[in-house]
Design a protein around this ligand. Structure first.
Ligand code: SAM
Ligand code: SF4
Length: 330
């Protein structure tokens, strides 16, 4: 699949549910209203849709959410997709998770063919963890992380940089990741969804964070790229990678290789734009069949925009993009 700007689309992110067992302050309001079940694709429908994308050239799939691992029966979908790794056209299946379910699921994920996971952990301080996730206990996520490591999964930690919240912790987190063999990615907050509170209060530019880290660490630039909005460095002292995801301060759109599918079958061609294609309708249309589904996906690719337009402005009462991160999964 090639879009109008010559970019090959080979990466699909799939949000398998909008629900979550945590309520991170930058992601959700505490009293979130979730989608009615009938609007959410069944796991069979998600499987069929992912299969169509693989047939059209998608080589990497990342499952996300909401919290993907809280969806009942999700391991069945993971096994089916895992079975397509290699000869079935898929190169890699990865998962972004908050880690709470990993103590019981890590071995099953490995057995299904998953080799790498991203685990969100914004802090190593139990009280800050509680404050950020509202409902979480750090012990559960840490147990999950170590279960994943023991199962043989490569772990990357995702931490959202939050001004005045985890701002003083990055040196310690980098050292801790080095100690345990994890890569670390810091993420700038993005203006997605109404979360009650002022975005400017949370926004911390990663250019500032990177300069501060350089006081204690040697960050060697690498050409490692994933086609997404991350820049990676090797930390000389630990040998691990650190990534900086800076969607607001850096233009990464020219190398974008991905599209995002929500659990309702809505396909977003760009994280920062509202335009979307409704694939659920064609998926549930008995007349359409596989050819119709394929045609709908191909038509959507032609609508992939050149780039996005995020701005966090104090005067702006509304978020730049109205949907929450838990809808598209980041
Ligand atoms: N529940 C899983 C998790 O937390 O990893 C997967 C879904 S979560 C929406 C995916 C990633 O998006 C997490 O790393 C989370 O920290 C990040 N995220 C959520 N809201 C964000 C926001 N407004 N700005 C930047 N990153 C955000
Ligand atoms: Fe849940 Fe992940 Fe959003 Fe936190 S960031 S509320 S864990 S979906």
């Amino acid at each position: 699949m090639i879009d109008p700007f010559g970019r090959r689309i080979s990466y699909l992110r799939v949000s398998v549910t909008d629900r979550c067992d945590l309520r991170c302050v930058y992601c959700m309001a505490e009293d979130m209203t979730f989608l009615p079940k009938r609007e959410v694709l069944t796991l069979e429908e998600l499987d069929r849709l992912c299969g169509a994308f693989i047939d059209l050239g998608v080589e990497k799939i990342r499952l996300t959410g909401g919290e993907p691992l809280v969806r009942r029966g999700v391991i069945g979908l993971i096994r089916n997709l895992g079975a397509r790794i290699g000869g079935g056209g898929l190169q890699e299946l990865t998962i972004t998770t908050n880690g709470t379910q990993l103590p019981k699921m890590a071995d099953d994920l490995y057995a299904a063919g998953v080799r790498r996971i991203n685990v969100s952990l914004d802090t190593l301080d139990p009280a800050v963890f509680k404050a950020v996730t509202r409902w979480g206990e750090i012990g559960q996520t840490l147990d999950g992380l170590f279960a994943a490591k023991a199962a043989g999964l490569a772990v990357k930690i995702n931490a959202v940089a939050l001004k005045g919240v985890n701002e003083g912790e990055y040196d310690r987190m980098l050292a801790w990741c080095g100690e345990h063999g994890f890569d670390l990615t810091l993420i700038e907050t993005m203006p997605l969804g109404d979360i009650s509170g002022d975005r400017m209060d949370q926004y911390l530019p990663l250019s500032v964070v990177r300069d501060r880290l350089r006081a204690h660490w040697t960050l060697e630039a690498t050409d490692y790229r994933t086609g997404g909005p991350a820049r990676y460095y090797t930390v000389k002292e630990t040998g691990r990678r650190i990534g900086f995801i800076t969607p607001m301060t850096h233009n990464f759109c020219e190398s974008c290789n991905r599209v995002r599918l929500t659990c309702t079958g809505t396909l977003y061609m760009c994280l920062g734009q509202e335009d979307a294609a409704d694939l659920r309708q064609v998926l549930r249309d008995p007349e359409a069949g596989e050819a119709g589904l394929r045609a709908a996906i191909e038509a959507a690719m032609l609508r992939k925009p050149k780039g996005h337009d995020f701005v966090i402005e104090r005067r702006q009462a509304k978020p730049a993009v109205a949907r929450h991160m838990s809808v598209t999964g980041g």
